[in-house]
Design a protein around this ligand. Sequence first.
Ligand SMILES: NC(=O)c1ccc[n+]([C@@H]2O[C@H](COP(=O)([O-])OP(=O)(O)OC[C@H]3O[C@@H](n4cnc5c(N)ncnc54)[C@H](O)[C@@H]3O)[C@@H](O)[C@H]2O)c1
Length: 338
Amino acid sequence: MTAENGLNSFHERNDIRLGLVGAGSVAGLYVEAAAGLPELAITAVCDVRREAAQALAAPLDARVYDDHRAMFAAGNLDAVVITSPHSLHTPMAEDAAAAGLHVLMEKPMATTVADCRRMIKVCADSGVRLAIGNLQRFVPAVRQAAEILRSGQLGRPLLITERRAVRYDPESRPAWFFDPELAGGGIMMNIGGHSIDKAQVLTGEKVVAVNARIWRRPGIAVETEASGVMELSGDIQLTFSITSTGLPPQDETEVVCENGALRLSHTGGLWMFRDGQAVHLKDRTGHDEIVTAFRDQLVDFTGSETPSVTGDYGLSVVAAVQAVYDSAADRTLQRTEY
Ligand SMILES: NC(=O)c1ccc[n+]([C@@H]2O[C@H](COP(=O)([O-])OP(=O)(O)OC[C@H]3O[C@@H](n4cnc5c(N)ncnc54)[C@H](O)[C@@H]3O)[C@@H](O)[C@H]2O)c1
């Protein structure tokens, strides 16, 4: 299908042909997620590392490319999932839109707010849909926590404490993540974006101001640690600490509300605290939960009338990350720029 067929007909199709740009680690999750969806097929895979594209494409019987423009020009595709290094996101979205292909863009949407705006405009002008891979709302435990908060049973959210620790050094992930030009930033851009997304999804609010600091470890060109305070609309405060020392990894979120609290934990699952009682609502399910999130994201992208994670939403996350960098550089409180 090309854009002339209109956005609305896309979600009614049951033979959607997807192309993958980038055949690295996250692309493997899309392959796993798509395997459970008979209505769509991955029919082409592109990577500058042709052997990586070949390895992913072979069991799918998909075509292999090492140039995304050649893949787009060959036709036979309805949509693309772009999982390339961050600074390539905007030019690749422009190429996809020019070819009439719908775009599911991995997070972070782009490395600057200006690039996010360009991507939104070019997709709108070309009549293709744009969805962003900020997938926290599709993670089952986050979804359940957001529903509880939305129900009002705990009262208004007041403050969030967010703690992430992951290994973040050149031995732990591909080299481009440590190249400021390609990655657009370090741990805050890559991991911190999930924290911002999660806080926004849980509360239904947006980050409006940031006071933060970042640090780089010797010999690494991007920041490896970030901490600070964010204010969300609705007068909610988020305190975050995202560090690179984490082995074992940590991923803990606490939301304190007027009448109770929720805690989401990578190891402990979902807990609710109310009236002096602690109730365990959900175990963590690890890899299965991640694949479920990717699958539901694909269903939302291809199967709903309008994707849930719009370009404007992706921009809001990039704007909050940018505000962290501006705040750290100027040592001032920064308002987010929408
Ligand atoms: N949603 C999530 O939970 C999640 C998890 C991991 C990564 N990501 C995001 O997914 C994207 C990819 O991350 P990754 O961990 O898979 O990285 P990766 O390095 O494993 O994969 C990226 C791939 O892109 C390829 N590539 C580079 N330049 C290219 C070009 N010009 N054309 C085609 N392919 C090209 C690389 O060779 C590599 O195979 C990033 O945006 C990252 O932030 C999201």
